[in-house]
Design a protein around this ligand. Structure first.
Ligand code: TRP
Length: 352
């Protein structure tokens, strides 16, 4: 069986280090492994519009921002098909037929959508498009014959939903759609990076993000202002490591050579943690260590981003080429769907 990988990102804001460690880094690793037949990364602008109908400009502007973020992290259009969801008409068409294969009560059970509805205060004014986006996401996935979807934990219910629709479609109309599988990041530190304030997941609305596009001074300022252990007042006080934002970030970002380079008096993170817990290790020292590590990761990304941003038309061209490429596959699948359903009237009835 072919290995076809697809991931999607809603272009609603610039990407931050939480996106980087939770998703983008893995996407680049997959890309560079070359271990696939085809690799797609989709900018899910249509999905973003399901809760931004009055805010098209935000979505439009962030197509470029997110594309810049992805390309500067190492996504390479020669290896990855990077495309825009709304450029693929077959996706909307498929969605319409898939809607008939899922019930209202089934959609209501999706825990991620439930949570998102609450977060957005949509209880009284839920847009149908938002409510049904798991169906449209099934189209995104199946249109390309996707076998593997690398996503965060919160997207598991979407893949479950897609699998159910695939099963129903295939048993109703014949084996046309490929069964997808989710691949979830390995470690907890990667799956869910806390914000700099320690209050919850890094998110734009909470204002606790370090963006891939932040400059050196901003990054340092955000790190120096991080929440640590409120009871760790004097350097000599014993400190807590769990729930300490700086250590959460060190868990996620430290590399084997980080100590040798920036903090040679410790061998590894366990030693550093032990000293902090014992007392005698100040917050400034661990923050400066984290700053060195993050600056090393973010500097090349930022520099590449600044270069790419000078020619936005080249970035759009990459997206249009990717979309042309994606359209070829999606149209093929659309044809197979129509003929399986028996609504390919022109094949059945046309004279020539
Ligand atoms: N729902 C995903 C998110 O919010 C984005 C997305 C849209 C997606 N279509 C997809 C992810 C298809 C994987 C596959 O992150």
């Amino acid at each position: 069986m072919k290995k076809i990988i697809l991931s999607g990102i809603r272009p609603t804001g610039k990407l931050h280090v939480g996106h980087y460690i939770g998703a983008i880094k893995q996407l680049v690793e997959i890309q560079n492994s070359g271990d696939f037949d085809k690799f797609y990364v989709m900018l899910a602008d249509s999905q973003a519009l399901t809760d931004n109908a009055g805010n098209v400009q935000k979505v439009r502007d962030n197509i470029l921002e997110v594309a810049l973020d992805l390309l500067s992290c190492g996504l390479d259009p020669n290896k990855t098909c990077l495309f825009i969801q709304s450029e693929i008409p077959a996706l909307t068409e498929m969605t319409f037929y898939y809607m008939n294969l899922v019930t209202l009560s089934r959609l209501k059970r999706n825990p991620t959508v439930k949570e998102e509805i609450k977060l957005r205060g949509f209880e009284e004014s839920l847009p149908m498009g938002f409510f049904t986006y798991p169906v449209s996401q099934t189209a995104d996935i199946t249109a390309f014959g996707t076998t593997i979807v690398p996503v965060g934990e919160d997207q598991k219910p979407m893949i479950e939903q897609a699998r159910e629709i695939v099963r129903t479609f295939n048993s109703t109309y014949g084996e046309v759609l490929t069964m997808p599988e989710a691949v979830i990041p390995k470690t907890k530190a990667q799956a869910r990076l806390v914000g700099t304030d320690g209050k919850g997941k890094m998110s734009k609305s909470l204002g606790n993000c370090i963006y891939l596009s932040d400059n050196e001074a901003t990054i340092k300022q955000k790190i120096m202002g991080m929440f640590t252990d409120p009871d760790h007042i004097k350097v000599s006080d014993p400190g807590k490591v769990e729930g300490n934002v700086v250590f959460e970030y060190l868990n996620a970002f430290v590399k084997p050579d980080s100590f040798e380079k920036y903090l040679p008096e410790y061998k590894n993170l366990d030693e550093l943690k032990a000293h902090y817990q014992r007392g005698g290790l100040g917050d400034v020292k661990i923050k400066l260590f984290l700053n060195n590590i993050l600056q090393e990761i973010l500097r090349p990304i930022r520099e590449k981003r600044e270069k790419l941003a000078q020619n936005p038309e080249n970035v759009y061209q990459i997206l249009f080429d990717g979309s042309d490429n994606a359209n070829i596959e999606a149209n093929k699948t659309m044809q197979s769907i129509k003929s399986a359903m028996g609504i390919d009237y022109r094949n059945i009835y046309s004279k020539n």
